[in-house]
Design a protein around this ligand. Structure first.
Ligand code: NDP
Length: 483
């Protein structure tokens, strides 16, 4: 049994109340670790440590902060296998995905923002008529909270803490209590990287207790949150009266739009990937697939055939393509949505059940990759975020009809459009409600681009300059140099 500890002021500490929450291995359902059930008293301790560290960290040169964050990046890379194994065990995701996507991306996040701070320039505005010049200082905010979810634990945690630290802030992070392991391992690398104590503090525990205490704390200046829309609203409600800065990356129900003139093989194989990568637990997954009617039947048949060849099972096996969902409660929620889809008149064309797997995995949280057709675009299955290996297939005839379907949801995170017609691609990219549009690709990421959603998918953007601006306070200085 692994006992996870908080990381406060450079030390690994038990929670003040000394109580722990269970941590299960999704592949088998076995209890394998315990995680601190932290509360306000632990947050207070972390705030104290962060306050003391702020002067030291914000007073360092950009080059010094760059070096330390690069050290962290190298250390994550050196420990890639160990971290990937921990991530796979903790989340149920295939080890191959953890090795190829999750951990390399954490390496890149630190590398990217370490170099960003070396290139980050602030604005200057000249007023020649009155012989004055304005320059904008971009100063650290102070103590910031970074709250991340369970689907891409180290990937999303580092996506927040790297820019926050690069900009000179001190951080209190709260990973999901469901998947705390890689955040714990990261905390063990901080000392070796040369991060001064108190600069990064990691509080483990349940959202409504530890997370909420962090959000409520008056000394927290900004909250960067990724998670569900309902939680995002709750955080916004608490943060607003205290006038805290917030960045909210929330849910999605993303359309994957496929026209008959597409590169068929690429669109087909990417549609399968966009549907079921990480068991469909990526906020960017294409869960509503809209297919031009003229080739709907052919596409459907090939899609189902490809899905039937996916290897489901033990996430620790190199050949596994679909692992377990992250928790039993989430598995139950996904299965309930499949039931709902059937009640709504849906026809399950593949999956729809718990797959039969070897006995050691019989208590794991598996759901077979599922596709459903024959549903109206505005039914609950097509409107609500399922966040699992469940997609719907819907034919369309015209662009107008397609836009009605695609934009009918309350979310607006990402969309993918498959077409060889450049004019159509531009036309639709302008009209589809989403913060991120991919044309003839999916999940192709350039870390410099604005990342985030519109409508119920969030407030603000992460990535590149957007992140550096979020984590800094602009202060304009106007100097008149003439008479
Ligand atoms: P939750 O909103 O339940 O949780 C996210 C984080 O917030 C967790 O660390 C959670 O802690 C914490 N939390 C929960 N309640 C509170 C609270 N009252 N105050 C402060 N913190 C709280 O989301 P999930 O973990 O279920 O993640 C899945 C969701 O995240 C999906 O909706 C998905 O679309 C979205 N997501 C969005 C992304 C984007 O970039 N837009 C990317 C990835 C996911 P704990 O888990 O310990 O309770």
């Amino acid at each position: 049994m692994i006992r996870i500890e908080n990381f406060i002021n450079g030390l690994h500490l038990p929670p003040r109340v000394n109580s722990y929450l269970p941590c299960y291995e999704p592949a088998t359902g076995a209890l394998y670790a315990e995680v601190p059930d932290s509360g306000p008293e632990d947050v207070d301790l972390a705030v104290l440590a962060a306050e003391q560290a702020l002067l030291i960290w914000s007073g360092m040169s950009q080059a010094q902060r760059h070096d330390i964050l690069m050290n962290l990046s190298y250390l994550i890379k050196e420990n890639l296998n160990k971290l990937a194994q921990a991530e796979s065990r903790d989340t149920g995701k295939p080890i191959k995905l953890a090795k190829q996507v999750d951990i390399p991306r954490a390496v890149d996040n630190f590398k990217f923002f370490a170099s960003s701070i070396m290139h980050f320039a602030s604005e200057s505005h000249h007023m020649p008529g009155v012989q004055a010049i304005n320059y904008t200082l971009r100063q650290p905010l102070g103590i910031v909270a970074c709250i991340s979810p369970w689907n891409l634990p180290l990937y999303l945690l580092s996506w927040k803490i790297a820019p926050a630290l690069a900009a000179g802030n001190v951080v209190i992070a709260k990973p999901s209590e469901v998947t705390p392991m890689t955040a714990y391992l990261l905390s063990k690398l901080c000392k070796e990287a040369g991060l001064p104590p108190g600069v990064l503090n990691i509080i483990h525990g349940a959202g409504p207790r530890a997370g909420q205490a962090l959000v409520e704390h008056p000394k927290i200046k900004a909250i960067s949150f990724t998670g569900g829309t309902a939680t995002g609203r709750r955080i916004a409600k608490i943060a607003a009266p205290q006038l805290k800065k917030i960045s909210l990356e929330l849910g999605g129900k993303n359309p994957n739009i496929i026209f008959a003139d597409c590169d068929y093989d690429k669109a087909l194989s990417t549609a399968v990937k966009a549907a079921y990568s990480n068991q469909g637990q990526i906020c960017l997954c294409g869960s509503r697939i809209f297919i031009e009617r003229s080739f709907y039947d052919r596409f459907k048949a090939d899609f189902v055939e490809k899905v039937s060849r996916l290897r489901i099972g033990d996430p620790s096996k190199a050949s596994t393509q679909v692992g377990a969902l992250t928790s039993a409660s989430h598995r139950d929620k996904v299965l309930a949505y499949i039931e709902l889809a059937i009640q709504e008149g849906g026809h399950v064309i593949c999956g729809g059940e718990v797959p039969s797997l070897p006995s050691q995995m019989s208590n794991g949280y598996y759901v077979a990759p599922t596709a459903i057709e024959n549903l109206s675009f505005d039914c609950r299955t097509n409107q609500e975020e399922i966040f699992g290996p469940v997609v719907t297939l819907t034919p369309f005839d015209t662009e107008e009809e397609l836009l009605l379907y695609a934009n009918s949801v309350s979310y607006g995170l990402s969309a993918t459009i498959w077409t060889a017609d450049v004019s159509r691609a531009h036309r639709l990219a302008e009209k589809v409600d989403a913060g991120i549009i991919w044309v003839n690709c999916w999940l192709l990421r350039d870390l410099r681009t604005p990342f985030g959603g519109m409508k119920d998918s969030g407030v603000g953007r992460e990535g590149g300059l957007e992140a550096m601006r979020f984590f800094t306070e602009p202060k304009n200085v106007c100097i008149q140099y003439g008479a």
